[in-house]
Design a protein around this ligand. Structure first.
Ligand code: ATP
Ligand code: MG
Length: 329
């Protein structure tokens, strides 16, 4: 299967009191055409900056220090801003967390969709309006013929998120990024929006990168999962591998810290001891080693590479050993 999106050795840095420090560190992954990949990890692990790099939205003082990003086989970091603008929206598109920040509050939603359609293809306003109504219908907005003339303040949060999805789809992209796109919504609306993205992805053969804090959402929606920790990709495999049999101690700890209301409400929720390291205070060796229950001397001095272990990729020296004996918990 071809990959719509290939990221190779992406590194992103920010300024700190100790000079520039890496916040996305040598991250590589692929999203095959038509696949849905979930990216999970604690706050500050570099998920959004990875997404912004894919959209070429990294701005001073943050900088991309290395790596390549291939979209449909074409490297995009080396393209001129003018050439990339032709791809943004057309081949790769993003749904942001806060729909209001992506919409103009004083412009009718239909007009905003029409402008987006006309930005990507040279069609008349009448055709663009017809396409906008079809898009609103496809994202499940009732009575799209009249809703197209609503202002954002006349719509609920769930409806606005649908409008934002309609805009993200208006250029018929191959790759769709959703960065915490449903986090602010209530559970029912969140479920509806995810089901919608799922349906549209299947119909259009979209590749989707779903960034979320919510492991349940990631498990329900994705074919594959990537686990980020302190700027590093530490595990990457199928939903089954990651959720049923994680091989990285951080993934295991993350799963153990899930809040499961069905088990015992009186049982305390496990949390991972310690805090993720600040970007200017990363440990040498494995970034997870200070919090890891299975740490050994080697982990404190050498960085474990992301290597194949039991059919998935894991960055842990002890993955095979812990995975085989199944004792890392
Ligand atoms: N403009 C900036 N200037 C300085 N540091 C930044 C900037 N943007 C992000 N960072 C830092 O880069 C790191 C990664 O940030 P990023 O937003 O990618 O995290 P995240 O995984 O998306 O977190 P969250 O789950 O909270 O959204 C964090 O330590 C953050 O503080
Ligand atoms: Mg983020």
């Amino acid at each position: 299967m071809t990959s719509s999106l290939v990221v190779k050795n992406l590194s992103i840095s920010v300024p700190s009191s100790k000079g520039r420090v890496a916040v996305v560190d040598n991250v590589s992954f692929e999203i095959p055409a038509g696949k849905k990949v979930g990216m999970v990890g604690e706050s500050g692990s570099g998920k959004s900056l990875t997404a912004y790099a894919l959209m070429r939205l990294i701005k001073n003082p943050v900088s991309i220090d290395g790596g390549e990003i291939f979209l449909g086989g074409r490297e995009i970091l080396g393209l001129s801003p003018k050439d990339f603008r032709l791809l943004r929206g057309n081949e790769i598109s993003m749904i942001y967390q806060d729909p209001m920040s992506a919409l103009n509050p004083i412009m009718k939603v239909g007009q905003q969709i029409i402008e987006s359609i006309q930005l990507h293809s040279p069609v008349s306003k009448a055709i663009a309006r017809k396409t906008a109504i079809e898009l609103l219908a496809s994202v499940g907005i009732p009575e799209p013929e009249s809703r197209i003339d609503s202002y954002p303040f006349e719509m609920s949060g769930g409806m606005l998120q649908r409008v934002v999805i309609a805009i993200a789809l208006s250029g018929e992209p191959q790759v769709l990024i959703a960065d915490e796109a449903t986090t602010a919504l209530d559970v029912t609306t969140q479920d509806r929006v995810l089901t919608l993205i799922d349906k549209l992805a299947a119909e259009r053969g979209l590749s989707v990168l779903l960034i979320t804090h919510d492991l349940g959402v990631a498990a329900q929606f994705s074919d594959e999962i990537m686990v980020m920790y302190a700027g590093k990709l530490v595990e990457n495999g199928s939903v089954n591998q990651i959720f049923s049999n994680p091989a990285h101690p951080y993934t295991k700890a993350l799963l153990d810290s899930r809040c499961d209301y069905t088990i015992d409400v009186n049982k305390p929720i496990n949390s991972i001891a310690g805090q993720p390291p600040r970007p200017d205070n990363r440990p040498t060796g494995c970034v997870f080693s200070p919090r890891c229950a299975h740490v050994q001397d080697q982990c404190k001095t050498s960085v474990p590479p992301l290597t194949s272990s039991q059919g998935r990729l894991t960055a842990c020296f002890r993955a095979d050993e812990l995975f085989q004996v199944g004792s890392a918990n």
